[in-house]
Design a protein around this ligand. Structure first.
Ligand SMILES: NC(=O)c1ccc[n+]([C@@H]2O[C@H](COP(=O)([O-])OP(=O)(O)OC[C@H]3O[C@@H](n4cnc5c(N)ncnc54)[C@H](OP(=O)(O)O)[C@@H]3O)[C@@H](O)[C@H]2O)c1
Length: 329
């Protein structure tokens, strides 16, 4: 059987170029004992595909919702759906120990009450990042003021809504007016800052004169420094991502955050979502319930066709996605 995959031809330098990857065909070998053959239905497009470097010649990193077409592993039977991590491929032969970016394959459990692509977004890794990264690090209390950057993205739009569910006031930072309208009008955030248009310090001071108690940071850089300066005593910062620097070719320059941290006695913690891998089912249950109750909404930006995967990736880096960026095969 023939399959297609994207292989890295050059390390990304600056913004990724089409010539950095190549789509090639491969003949799949017969299954060995313990292996199963998966057909990708949806591929997840994520910032880590830019941030984590693989070696030239290897498949571009990535996860997918796949259907098991053939199996020599009784725990992963034919016909079941699985969340797998075999990269940008139409098909993958894996076993239960195959762990791309640190995650082994997981069967999707019945009943499946939501679109299956949600297992790459609100019910998957980005949803878990929002849930644990916000609740376990920021410990939000009702009435507190929360800022989330990357607020219209896969992680950010969920963080803001969890904050609303917990009784907080939420300000989102986004890259367009359309995204600002989406998070305030549809998702009920209390305000937004368009970092491409507004002065962050002035706008934040106007939107949150009481100061910021928690900051969920998806982007890093100067946006985050501006937010930190307006934090209240004992504020908490969850450092999730630093996408503002992923495509940079210059050496990172440090702004001095230590004085702010000392005088405001802030608590800043970075995390990788693998920390809570053993609790991912909790997110499926809780987010599934909030979705059913209408307390949590989600959006997907779906690009059709495996041949458009690279375009979906650069689109996400440029901010074209509302909610979760996904390729449908
Ligand atoms: N720690 C973890 O375990 C973990 C897990 C998942 C994700 N992450 C991180 O969380 C962040 C969000 O991930 P995601 O999957 O939810 O991606 P996403 O927000 O759905 O997509 C990326 C978004 O980043 C924004 N962006 C691009 N360049 C930017 C810049 N220079 N400054 C500010 N914003 C920029 C764009 O939105 P705009 O239109 O608003 O610019 C774009 O839509 C990323 O930094 C990612 O690496 C971390």
């Amino acid at each position: 059987m023939k399959a297609k995959k994207y292989v890295l031809r050059n390390q990304f330098v600056g913004f990724p170029k089409k010539s950095d990857v190549e789509m090639v065909e491969e003949e799949l070998p017969p299954l060995k004992e313990g292996e199963f053959l998966c057909e990708s239905l949806y591929i997840s497009i994520d910032p880590y595909q830019r941030a984590y470097l693989v070696e030239v010649g290897n498949v571009v990193l990535g996860s997918q919702v796949a259907r098991i077409l053939e199996s020599r592993n009784s725990k992963f039977p034919c016909g079941r759906y699985v969340i797998a991590y075999y990269g940008w491929k139409t098909h993958g032969i894996i076993d239960e120990t195959s762990a791309g970016v640190g995650f082994p394959p997981r069967l999707i459990q019945d009943p499946i009450n939501h679109p299956i692509s949600y297992y790459l977004g609100v019910l998957g890794m980005p949803g878990a990042t929002a849930y644990f990264g916000f609740l376990e690090i920021c410990h939000p209390k009702p009435g507190e003021t929360i800022v989330v950057s990357g607020a219209a993205g896969a992680v950010g739009h969920v963080v803001g809504q969890i904050a609303k569910i917990k009784g907080c006031k939420v300000i989102g930072i986004v890259g367009s007016e359309e995204k600002g309208r989406w998070i305030t009008e549809d998702l009920k955030f209390d305000g937004y800052i368009n970092y491409k248009l507004h002065n962050i310090s002035k706008t934040l001071a106007a939107l949150a004169p009481e100061g910021v108690d928690c900051y969920f940071d998806n982007v890093g850089g100067e946006i985050s420094n501006d937010v930190m300066k307006q934090m209240n005593l004992y504020g908490r910062i969850s450092v999730c991502g630093a996408i503002s620097s992923y495509n940079s070719i210059e050496e990172d320059k440090a702004s001095i955050v230590q004085k702010t941290m000392i005088f405001k006695e802030l608590n800043m913690e970075g995390f990788r979502v693998f920390r809570w891998l053993h609790r991912f089912e909790e997110v499926i249950t809780q987010h599934g319930k909030w979705l059913a109750e209408g307390k949590l909404k989600t959006k997907e930006t779906i690009t059709k066709g495996f041949e458009n995967t690279f375009q979906a990736f650069t689109g996400m880096l440029n901010g074209s996605n509302f909610g979760k960026a996904i390729v449908e095969l």
